[in-house]
Design a protein around this ligand. Structure first.
Ligand code: ZN
Length: 310
């Protein structure tokens, strides 16, 4: 059985209230929830606000399913850095006899993995992952680069937790920039300030901080320290429930990482750079509920106007 991260007392109380009101709908598995109407009203309101904020720069819209070719996950470096968070899809390819044995096992909720075979599919770990190979297919990156809006896609992280803000599958609103190092870094820093403004404009006490990814293992600690030192990752933090503020948005400068893997080159033949940002829509929705209360109709007028201009 997978270990489940426990919740603090106020995280557990917050979760109980969300379930009681059917703002989130329990499934029996920690981190896997349905969403009620109130939750979706807030989440989609925020999604529209991001669309509006990005519109002046005219991003290109690309959308991808919540599954990606296993080959893409393998070539992305994700399994090297985050093997503990990845998810892959298996399916049944056995005989009738195997099917019976599997069913017997499954009926008792025992482990039936021995009857399953790996498929060509994996779960999308971050909404930007399918973007790099898709854009690389076009050939050299034109002058000015690309700005892609990858939408609010479903992503998966294998980290069951009782903290309602740490879900196993959630919507990540990702924007991606591909271009020269200067273009990409300037874009990342501009959006870091813009993102901070967006959250503060919703009455959230957000702060920005240098951050590192949750790299796996001993080698991971060095990677994380390096990432911090080089200021490759920033996060926006908001107090939701629990002892520490929660990261609700991240701004990631990958340098040549993805460009090298997928052969993204600029017209002068040099390797492109990439950056992405991801608004965690569920966490931002929970932060708003925690800050302003469970009834959006009684939220401050200026917050309501931002989320639901009519
Ligand atoms: Zn990303």
């Amino acid at each position: 059985m997978t270990e489940v991260l426990p919740a603090s007392t106020d995280q557990a109380e917050f979760a109980a209230e969300l379930f009681e009101r059917e703002i989130l709908i329990e499934s029996g598995v920690p981190g896997l929830y349905g969403r009620g109407a109130v939750f979706e009203q807030i989440r989609t309101g925020f999604d529209a606000l991001v669309t509006k904020a990005a519109a002046p720069e005219g991003p290109e819209t690309l959308r991808f399913p919540p599954l990606l070719p296993r080959r893409q996950l393998e070539s992305s470096g994700y399994l090297h850095s985050f093997p503990h968070l990845a998810g892959s899809v298996f399916g049944f390819e056995g005989s009738e006899e195997d099917a019976l044995a599997q069913d017997t096992c499954a009926s008792a909720h025992e482990d039936w993995s021995e009857y399953q075979t790996m498929s060509e599919l994996a779960l999308v770990p971050a909404a930007c992952y399918p973007v790099y190979p898709a854009v690389a297919r076009r050939g050299a990156v034109p002058s000015g680069g690309f700005f892609v809006d990858a939408g609010g896609a479903w992503v998966f992280r294998h980290e069951p937790s009782e903290d309602p803000a740490r879900m196993q599958t959630f919507h990540q609103r990702e924007l991606v920039r591909i271009g020269s190092p200067d273009e990409v870094l300037e874009w990342r820093d501009t959006w870091r300030e813009r993102g901070l403004g967006l959250l503060r404009g919703l009455g959230l006490a957000a702060d920005v901080d240098r951050a590192a990814d949750p790299f796996f293992g001993r080698g991971g600690r060095m990677l994380a320290a390096n990432q911090r030192k080089q200021e490759l990752k920033y996060e926006l933090l908001v107090q939701i429930a629990g002892p520490e503020p929660t990261a609700v948005t991240s701004f990631n400068y990958h340098q040549e990482h993805f460009a090298q893997k997928y052969g993204l080159v600029l017209e002068d033949g040099s390797t492109a750079h990439t950056a992405c940002l991801g608004f965690g829509q569920e966490r931002i929705t929970l932060a708003l509920l925690r800050t302003h209360g469970f009834e959006p109709s009684s939220w401050p007028e200026e917050v309501r106007r931002e989320l639901w201009p009519s």
